[in-house]
Design a protein around this ligand. Structure first.
Ligand code: SF4
Length: 63
């Protein structure tokens, strides 16, 4: 399965990814985090969409 992470050095906390996939949430620090250990197969589309939609390219998805 793929893994996803948010690079907090780049995230600006806009919340867009959380509106696209509920596997992202805004943490206590006001920045996004990916909440699952891996990307479930049925969530790959929305996670990729969140990655592509992030205005500062803070989301990384890797195989
Ligand atoms: S879309 Fe990008 S900048 Fe916005 S909260 Fe998500 S990871 Fe952070």
């Amino acid at each position: 399965m793929k893994k996803a992470r948010v690079n907090k050095d780049q995230c600006i906390g806009c919340g867009l990814c959380t509106s696209i996939s509920d596997l992202f949430q805004i943490g206590d620090d006001g920045l996004a985090e990916f909440t699952a250990p891996e990307v479930p197969a049925d969530a790959e589309g929305s996670v990729e969409e969140a990655k592509d939609s992030c205005p500062v390219q803070a989301i990384e998805v890797e195989d």
